[in-house]
Write a protein of this length. Structure first.
Length: 300
């Protein structure tokens, strides 16, 4: 009897020592939203990120492992604006999870809460990888991250009302720190205003708008279309008339085209992290912008 009682007490103490289970299971499609969900949720969320910084978020395989994760998710946090159109709808359909279907509270699209740029005048697949709603790469402007954070904190509170105060408090702390960080980044980046640049892919539209960078041309002849030597030669001719300081690309992209142009135009080729994990310094959302601005300033 004493042994049984001792075993029950020991089991109870062991259970008490275990960490509390997370309240919400979050499936983030890309690293920036996984990092933001973790910032806002703290120990009340368990975050799984479907991709990493060295993957092209447009082109991801709908693997069984992703489907299994989506099946148990309480919330999918996606970019939207068709960024994940090639794989996420299939993952959600195959998961058969009613909580995360489009239109349900468990389905969150970040682009719904910001103003999208570069909405195409006409839709034609011949124009390359165009997005009908506008450019989806909103995370390159930290002001957009702030807007998404407010909406995401509210959604977490809706899904987990018992911990609403927790999410509100974490959002308040994040918003205050983030606002101060933006002011600091803008001060640091002041010398970049008006700087002419080349881009490999039209992935930095919001970064350009935020910092006042002037895009002269893109190495891709059309979005998502690999540049040919003939097209790159045309870009070089453009640079004779409109010189630039650097050519920028996302960490996940091959550097072949940008290095080819950089060598011939005698400019710097700059790889930007693009998202959390895209460089050694971009370990979180703050590091993402710290490193982005540092690399741009060095590229000048």
């Amino acid at each position: 009897m004493h042994r049984l009682l001792a075993a029950i007490v020991a089991a109870g103490l062991a259970a008490a020592a275990l960490p509390a289970l997370a309240e919400l299971s979050v499936f983030a499609t890309v690293p920036e939203w996984g990092a933001l969900a973790a910032e806002l949720g703290g120990d009340k969320v368990s975050v799984y990120t479907a991709t990493n910084a060295l993957q092209d978020p447009h082109h991801v395989e709908a693997k069984p492992s992703l489907i299994a994760r989506a099946r148990s998710a309480d919330l999918v946090v996606a970019t939207g604006a068709d960024l994940e159109a090639g794989w996420l709808p299939l993952v959600i359909k195959q998961a058969g999870n009613p909580k995360i279907q489009p239109g349900k509270p468990g389905n969150f699209e970040a682009t719904a809460f910001v103003t999208l740029l570069e909405k195409p005048v006409r839709l034609d697949r011949a124009e390359g990888d165009v997005h009908p709603g506008g450019n989806p790469h909103i995370q390159t402007d930290p002001r957009n991250v702030a807007r998404v954070a407010e909406a995401l904190a509210a959604r977490l509170a809706t899904l987990d009302p018992d911990n609403a105060a927790h999410y509100q408090a974490r959002h308040k702390a994040f918003a205050e720190r983030w606002t101060a960080a933006i002011a600091n980044w803008e001060k640091q980046a002041a010398p970049l205003k008006g700087t002419p640049i080349l881009v490999q892919h039209a992935a930095f539209t919001y970064l350009e708008a935020w910092l006042g960078l002037k895009r002269v041309a893109a190495l891709e002849p059309k979005p998502g279309v690999e540049p040919t030597t003939a097209h790159l030669t045309e870009v070089l001719a453009t640079l004779q008339r409109q010189p630039v300081k650097m050519v920028i690309r996302a960490a996940y992209q091959s550097d072949r085209a940008s290095q080819w142009v950089a060598e011939r135009a005698r400019i710097n080729a700059v790889a930007l992290p693009f998202t959390v994990g895209g460089s050694e310094a971009a370990k979180d959302l703050y590091g993402l912008f710290d490193d982005t601005i540092a690399r741009l300033l060095k590229g000048m």
